[in-house]
Every structure is written in structure tokens, then in C-alpha cells.
Design a protein around this ligand. Structure first.
Ligand code: ADP
Ligand code: MG
Length: 145
């Protein structure tokens, strides 16, 4: 797989979750990944982008979500960043079934953690949140096709 880098910025509206999903599905289809892997990538991306919109920006549509994909020789790196409210207690926020919204399941970070090989969350109150997710890629020899 060639190295690649894609940066997308979009308005913080729910409709754009599907745009991010389409992009990751397209990239996933170019990589040596199973359909199940691609489904999992789509879920992880949806959760991170939804969190940026719903929690980071409190569903205010007049903000920007920053989405970055990078393919290196051995990994796919996805970064979802918002300049929203930030997370006051990150350890608590990442606990399974914890949500600041009683209507929600609190499983977004659980899915990101279990579907990706690495998850890193950096957050600062009133500054924003950056979610970095990494998927390790097989290094297939060129002669395999
Ligand atoms: P849920 O979205 O169902 O609440 P998550 O596991 O996705 O569960 O997130 C847990 C909690 O972490 C959220 O309820 C929210 O309080 C906080 N959180 C997650 N992402 C962000 C973000 N980008 N900005 C601010 N808070 C966030
Ligand atoms: Mg969530």
C-alpha cells in the first residue's frame, strides 16, 4: 500500500458522520482488511466523530471537526479533533458505560478501544479533544496478487 494522507474538515452536524464513514470505508477497501475490519473501523470513526459533535460541540452546528487519515507502511492512523468543551475527567469518561448523558450508552470509547489496536485521547477543558486511533496493517509482499 502506498503512503497516503487525507485531511478533511467539516461542519459539526450529524449528517457528516456518514461522510467520515464513507471515507474510512473507501480507504479500508484499498487496504488488505477483512469486511469485518472495515465495519469495525466505521464504527470507531462514527463514535469519535459523533462524540466531537454531540459532546465536544454540544450539537452546536457552527463548529468544525478535523478529521485526518494517514497510511504509513505498517499502520492506518485516524485522528478526530474538536475544539470544543474538553473532558474534565478522562479516566472516568473512558470507563465502560459511563456517560454524562443519561440517554446514552457510554460505549463509544469501549468500541474505539476494542476495534482499534491503539487509542489515545488527549483533552483539555475549554480547548478541545483529540482522539488518535491506530490500526496495524499487514505488510503484504507485492507478489501476493
Ligand atoms: P457516550 O457518547 O455514549 O456518552 P462515550 O464512551 O462515547 O459515551 O463517551 C463517554 C463520555 O466522554 C461522554 O458522555 C462525554 O461526557 C465524554 N466525551 C467523549 N468525547 C468527548 C468530546 N469529544 N468532547 C467532550 N466530551 C467528550
Ligand atoms: Mg459516544
Amino acid at each position: 500500500m502506498k503512503s497516503n494522507q487525507i485531511t478533511l474538515t467539516f461542519s459539526s452536524i450529524a449528517e457528516n458522520v456518514s461522510i467520515a464513514r464513507l471515507l474510512i470505508a473507501s480507504i479500508g477497501g484499498q487496504l488488505d482488511l477483512s469486511l469485518n475490519d472495515i465495519e469495525e473501523l466505521k464504527v470507531a470513526v462514527s463514535e469519535a466523530v459523533s462524540n466531537a459533535i454531540i459532546h465536544g460541540y454540544k450539537s452546536n452546528p457552527n463548529n468544525i471537526v478535523y478529521f485526518n487519515l494517514e497510511i504509513t507502511k505498517d499502520s492506518l492512523i485516524i485522528v478526530v479533533r474538536d475544539e470544543g468543551c474538553g473532558i474534565s475527567d478522562l479516566e472516568q469518561a473512558m470507563q465502560p458505560a459511563f456517560s454524562t448523558d443519561p440517554e446514552r450508552m457510554g460505549l463509544g470509547f469501549v468500541f474505539m478501544q476494542s476495534f482499534m489496536d491503539e487509542l489515545q485521547v488527549d483533552s483539555k477543558l475549554e480547548v478541545g479533544t483529540t482522539v488518535t486511533m491506530k490500526k496495524h496493517l499487514k505488510q503484504t509482499p507485492i507478489s501476493s496478487h
